[in-house]
Design a binder for this molecule. Structure first.
Ligand code: NAD
Length: 298
């Protein structure tokens, strides 16, 4: 069903693929960002989401000038997808990364709840699993990484994402709306599959990403599935493609490259260590862009 969606951070690496995916599915999308997005049919409202007043306003405005024709004020928003963030450590001073990510997420969720918007989807991260931006060579506690893992990042970016999940849970409890947090894996754009031969040749280099990834277009599908399924309250979903970024079966590969980390359940032969079992079973996710389609040196 077609919905009216406010998407934040749609001009960024993930958003510029997820937004067209949603538009192609028939949704009407408004982008909130600091910089433009080139996507036909989608207007960007330049909004600093660390400012609560701007955020409340932006979530309660017309999507475009055409909407002025309809009397009765702005039409209701069905959902907010909040991707805007400082997307990594070391891009800004640590306190700024934490502040922008934690405060913008608080502002977006609070405004959505108080404006009566019934669903919010937020971008959490693989970094919550604690290894991506750890100091030194930290091991994961166990494999596969699933949503009930004891997340323990030691950096300001990962910590901001843990706080955001707690913010989401608090508002969902208080309001009863649906808030789904996507623990997004390393995002791969269509032109980035030429990096995979390097990933295969140097397995140690991908430990921080748990030898897993998400195609930016498949991430669009996951967002769309989250828009279609209602009534789940607060949820965390790993947003990941199906298979490990290696040619060896997962159990053998992990035995070699992560020998200190126990494997605590049966694994699919090539299952990604950052498992997407929950989105497959709960949302019906079916990946379209396995890396194996795009890497010719296999
Ligand atoms: N890229 C990855 O591999 C990856 C992995 C896991 C999670 N994530 C998360 O997914 C989301 C999207 O990541 P991305 O790679 O597309 O990042 P990106 O930096 O390419 O895009 C983020 C967008 O947010 C906007 N933005 C930043 N601060 C803002 C503010 N105060 N107000 C309004 N807009 C603001 C930026 O202008 C940018 O267009 C982020 O929340 C990121 O933390 C990304």
């Amino acid at each position: 069903m077609s919905k009216r969606i406010v998407f934040t951070g749609g001009s960024g690496k993930a958003g510029r693929h997820a937004v067209p995916y949603l538009v192609n599915k028939g949704h009407k999308v408004r982008n909130l960002d600091l910089v433009p997005l080139d996507c036909p049919g989608v207007q960007t409202l330049f909004t600093d989401l660390t400012d609560s007043g701007q955020t409340f306003n932006a979530l309660s405005m017309h999507f475009s000038g055409e909407d002025l024709q309809t009397e009765g004020g702005p039409a209701p928003v069905d959902a907010v997808v909040h991707f805007a963030a400082i997307p990594s450590l070391l891009l800004k001073p640590d306190n700024q990364t934490f502040m922008v990510n934690a405060l913008s997420t608080y502002n977006v969720i609070e405004a959505a709840v108080k404006l009566g918007i019934p669903k919010v989807i937020i971008a959490s991260s693989e970094t919550t699993y604690g290894v991506c931006f750890a100091e030194g060579d930290k091991d994961f506690h166990s494999f596969p990484l699933e949503e009930d893992y004891d997340i323990d990042p030691m950096d300001s970016y990962g910590l901001s994402k843990v706080v955001n999940e707690k913010t989401a849970r608090a508002f969902a409890m208080r309001s009863g709306i649906d808030i789904y947090a996507l623990r997004i894996a390393n995002v791969i754009e269509p032109h980035e599959y030429d990096r995979f031969p390097g990933f295969l040749a140097d397995p140690a280099s991908r430990k921080r990403n748990a030898w897993s990834y998400i195609d930016a277009r498949d991430l669009g599908q996951i967002v769309d599935l989250c828009l279609q399924v209602d009534g789940l309250g607060f949820q965390v979903f790993n947003a990941v493609n199906d298979t490990i970024t290696a040619t060896e079966p997962t159990r053998d590969f992990l035995g070699r490259w992560a020998p200190n980390t126990p494997i605590v359940r049966e694994l699919g032969e090539f299952e990604a260590p950052l498992s997407n079992r929950k989105i497959r079973e709960v949302l019906g996710f079916k990946e379209e862009h396995t890396w194996r389609k795009y890497v010719s040196s296999l």
